[in-house]
Ligand binder design. Structure first.
Ligand SMILES: Cc1cc2nc3c(=O)[nH]c(=O)nc-3n(C[C@H](O)[C@H](O)[C@H](O)COP(=O)(O)O)c2cc1C
Length: 227
C-alpha cells in the first residue's frame, strides 16, 4: 500500500493535517485556529458556533451563537444570551453542551463538549457595556424564544424600549436575565479536511473537577481518529 507511486491520496501539505505526533494538549492549537479564522477572514462570523443543549426529558436542540471569548489557560469558551431563552432553560436543567465551529474555507472543524457554568456577573456586565446601544436595548425588548403576535408587535416592543432608555444618553444596564455562559472543554476534536477524504482527526479528553466557579482540568489524553 505504501510507496512512491501515484496516489489518489496526496500527501497533505502541512496546513492540511495536524502535527505528527499530536500536541499533548489542544488549547494553544485551538487559540491558533480561532486567531487564524479571524485573520484570514474565513467567513462573516468566524466565531459562529452551533451549540446543542438538552431539555429535562433528554430532547436535543441546537442553534448558532457567537463565541465571544476563549480562555486558553483554563480551557473554556464564552457565549452570551438570554438566560430565559429555550437554551437558557435547557442549561438550567442540564448544564452541559456540545459545540461545533466550522470554517469551510479553511477545511477545519472543531467539536467541543463539556459542562457549562454562568460567567461571573462582572464579566457579563463588561461585555454588555461594550455592545452597541441598539443591541443593548434589544436585549431588554426581546423575551427571546417566546411567541409574539406579529412583526409589528416586535417592532413596537423595540420602540418602547428605545423610548425607555433613549437613543443616546445614560448607559443601558444589563438585563438581569441576560449574560454569559462558559463552556468548559472536557472533550475536543479537531478535524482537518484533506484530498480524497484522507481527513485528519484528533481527539483530546480530560477529566474536569469542580473548582471555585469553574473547573480544574486533569491531564489530557490524545489520540488520532480515523476519518
Ligand atoms: C450568526 C448567528 C449568530 C448568533 N449569535 C447569537 C448569540 O451570540 N446569542 C444568542 O442568544 N443568539 C444568537 N443567535 C440566534 C440563535 O441562533 C437563536 O435563534 C437564539 O439564541 C434563540 O435560541 P433558543 O430558542 O434555542 O434559545 C445567532 C444566530 C446566528 C445565525
Amino acid at each position: 500500500m505504501s510507496g512512491s507511486g501515484p496516489t489518489l491520496f496526496a500527501r497533505a501539505p502541512e496546513d492540511a493535517s495536524l502535527a505528527d505526533p499530536l500536541p499533548a494538549a489542544p488549547l494553544d492549537l485551538l487559540q491558533r485556529w480561532l486567531d487564524e479564522a479571524r485573520e484570514r477572514g474565513a467567513q462573516r462570523n468566524p466565531t459562529a458556533m452551533t451549540v446543542a443543549t438538552r431539555d429535562r426529558d433528554g430532547a436535543l436542540s441546537a442553534r448558532v451563537v457567537l463565541c465571544r471569548g476563549y480562555d486558553a489557560e483554563q480551557g473554556f469558551l464564552v457565549f452570551y444570551t438570554n438566560r430565559q431563552s429555550r437554551k437558557g432553560e435547557h442549561l438550567a436543567h442540564h448544564a452541559h453542551a456540545a459545540a461545533v465551529l466550522h470554517w469551510d474555507a479553511l477545511g477545519r472543524q472543531v467539536r467541543i463538549e463539556g459542562p457549562i457554568r454562568r460567567s461571573p456577573d462582572a464579566e457579563s456586565d463588561a461585555y454588555f457595556a461594550s455592545r452597541p446601544r441598539a443591541a443593548q436595548i434589544a436585549a431588554w425588548a426581546s423575551d427571546q424564544s417566546q411567541p409574539i403576535a406579529s412583526r409589528a408587535a416586535l417592532l413596537e416592543r423595540l420602540h418602547a424600549a428605545e423610548r425607555r432608555f433613549g437613543a443616546e444618553g445614560a448607559p443601558v444596564p444589563r438585563p438581569p436575565h441576560w449574560g454569559g455562559y462558559r463552556l468548559h472543554i472536557e472533550r475536543i476534536e479537531l478535524w482537518v479536511g484533506a484530498d480524497g477524504r484522507a481527513h485528519d482527526r484528533a481527539l483530546w479528553t480530560r477529566a474536569l473537577a469542580p473548582a471555585g466557579e469553574g473547573f480544574a482540568g486533569g491531564s489530557w489524553s490524545v489520540t488520532r481518529l480515523q476519518p
